[in-house]
Write a protein that binds this ligand. Sequence first.
Ligand code: HEM
Length: 120
Amino acid sequence: MNASQKELIKATVPILKKNGNDLITYFYQRMLSNNPELKNIFNMANQASGKQQNALSGAVLAYAENIENPTVLINTLKSIGNKHVSLNIQPEQYDIVGNHLIGSIKEVLGDLATTELIDA
Ligand code: HEM
């Protein structure tokens, strides 16, 4: 990642703080309607309470906020990784989540989602 990409990511911090939860709520609706098989994996009670949305939007925000030095997130990442391993999440499922996350960012940001920003 180059310096201008880091600047683009940093510029998303206020947007993520304000609209991160809406983005992630949109993402889950998009993903679970296109990949309903994942409903068996996610705890639907945590979806309904918003707990899962808060966890993911918090993780995305923390990554953007620490883009200059993501190693500070190592303990958090280890705990997220342990959670996913305990749930037997498979590598190909990261592609599904990643594609829906990027797709949601494009759709929610509209014209603001430039190719440069999405690449970053
Ligand atoms: C972009 C990559 C991902 C990030 C940043 C992420 C982030 C998180 C976070 C922060 C938590 C909460 C951890 C905790 O409570 O300790 C979590 C839990 C969870 N994640 Fe992920 N995750 C990612 C990918 C995936 C994938 C690919 C799957 C499976 C398709 C998945 C399924 C789950 C499930 C089932 C939980 C438990 C929540 C529940 O009880 O419903 N995650 N994830």
